[in-house]
Design a protein around this ligand. Structure first.
Ligand SMILES: [Zn+2]
Length: 472
């Protein structure tokens, strides 16, 4: 986090006003990494799964969130200190005390546990008030005065995809499965976010909704992921390693399509540079799963700093959402398909972006005797190369700029750095994980060759100037 702040990867927002927890800025280096992470997910779903991409408003009229059930149910269990007023998530206080998952417990159970375990305000030791449901949506209004309309900042992108279903069905020429991809910001007024960028109040999501025939939840490409072996925790807390093939055959994972996208997500996380040994698949417990969902799985990363971090949730949402919007809006969501009339079911793949971003940072951080740096894969690194003149005289700096212009003209993201010693410049490039450094020296002036140095091995090779792009 020290490097991240100092080098413009991420830093807390609103710093000069003391900051507000749950908000982070992506700096100039971090934004490149984030865009690369988004690109890995987007390219996969658009190019390989033939999804449509859409982009809907983040500010939504109330009806959407009434229909979805969020106005009524999208709440965390809040308790406040009766002495200092500090707000807490009741389940988190109980989890800290018992070291057991508590996010599925109800108000009565939490009140009882707080009483039984003698949990007090961690800040001042005061008595804690009654636990109650606190809605996590940001509420606001559209329009002025008496004509203003109640509205919310969306707490997820999914609903804004569902409400366009009829139109997307026409655009997609009435074929199932129909995949729709949306990436953008969502908002949750978290009670007391204390986990850096793991729990944000304003965050990015990439959510994919596959509209499917309720009787066809298989995947044609399951063979591609069949052999992947993963660590699984079932809803009954059984923990074991299993191949996705066996998980489906033994009905540990009930829907083949869910298993397929769990496997694909695992591969995408690995491509981003997230340590696969720290990933595990966790099935939602019966009382934790949304009531309409028939099966839900998360992929979690086990973090050194934050414990388990949910990176993606994959869920069979049945026809719940389309049916709810049909009832409230009066618009028919039934389709006629292959001689049947039905409301499609939805398989949802919901990625956070900020959390994988953090897990990439944690996984790629490397500390060696003489340097600390990020070992980002080339696909994720903020820049592909850094270009240096060995010295800033005898035309070397001019030549280096020429090289810089040549590679950037070829669409390669690079930085040009001519300040300080060459050793310092290598160190600066390593620190933010730039995979290759190109140096222009006196030999370049004689025979048009440059050195390319590899970040991880520090090995250097000499390459002809017109072959740099290929060499990179
Ligand atoms: Zn207190």
């Amino acid at each position: 986090m020290d490097i991240a702040k100092r080098r413009g990867i991420i830093y807390p927002s609103f710093e000069i006003y003391g900051g507000v927890s749950g908000f982070y800025d992506y700096g100039p280096v971090g934004i490149r990494i984030k865009q690369n992470i988004e690109r890995i997910i987007r390219d996969y779903f658009i190019l390989k799964e033939n999804c449509f991409e859409i982009d809907s408003p983040v500010l939504n009229p109330e009806a959407i969130w009434v229909a979805s059930g969020h106005v009524e149910n999208f709440a965390d269990k809040l308790t406040q200190c009766m002495k200092c007023g500090e707000p807490y998530r009741a389940d988190h206080l109980v989890e800290e005390k018992t070291k057991k998952q508590a996010d599925h417990l109800g108000i009565r159970e939490l009140n009882e546990l707080i009483e039984e375990l003698g949990i007090k305000c961690p800040r001042c030791g005061g008595k804690l008030g009654e636990v109650y449901d606190y809605n996590l949506m940001f509420h606001t209004f559209i329009g002025p005065g008496m004509k203003k309309e109640s509205a919310y900042l969306r707490p997820e992108t999914a609903q804004t995809t569902y409400i366009s279903f009829r139109r997307l069905w026409e655009i997609g020429r009435k074929k199932l499965p129909l995949g729709v991809f949306q990436i953008g910001k969502s908002f949750r007024n978290e009670i007391s976010p204390r986990q850096g960028m793991i729990r944000l109040r304003e965050f990015y999501q990439a959510e994919i909704q596959f509209f499917v025939d309720p009787e066809k939840k298989e995947s044609e490409k399951f063979d591609d992921v069949r052999e992947i072996e993963v660590e699984i925790i079932t809803k009954d807390d059984e923990k074991f390693r299993i191949s996705l093939n066996d998980a489906v055959e033994d009905e540990v994972i009930k829907t083949q399509m869910i298993a397929y996208f769990l496997g694909r997500s695992f591969q995408l996380f690995e491509r981003m540079g997230i340590n696969p040994k720290r990933l595990r698949f966790r099935q939602h417990k019966d009382d934790e799963r949304a009531f309409y969902s028939s099966d839900t799985w998360d992929i979690e990363f086990i973090s050194n700093n934050f414990g388990r971090i949910e990176l993606v949730g994959i869920s069979d949402r049945t026809d719940y959402d389309l049916r709810a919007h049909m009832e409230l809006s009066g618009q028919d969501m039934n389709i006629n398909y292959n001689g049947k009339k039905f409301i499609p079911h939805v398989i949802e793949i919901a990625y956070g972006i900020d959390r994988p971003f953090y897990c990439v940072i944690e996984s790629c951080y490397t500390s060696e005797k003489d340097r600390k740096y990020f070992r980002f894969p080339e696909d994720v690194a903020p820049y592909s190369a850094a270009v240096f003149p060995l010295v800033n005289k005898d035309g070397l700096d001019k030549k280096a700029l020429e090289v810089f212009n040549f590679i950037t003209d070829n669409g390669i993201y690079a930085v040009y750095d001519k300040s300080g010693s060459i050793g310092r410049r290598y160190a600066r490039a390593d620190e933010i994980g730039i995979p290759k450094c190109i140096t222009i020296d006196y030999e370049t002036m004689e025979n048009d060759t440059v050195t390319i140095r590899d970040r991880d091995t520090r090995r250097q090779i000499r390459v002809k100037m017109n072959e740099i792009c290929k060499a990179l």
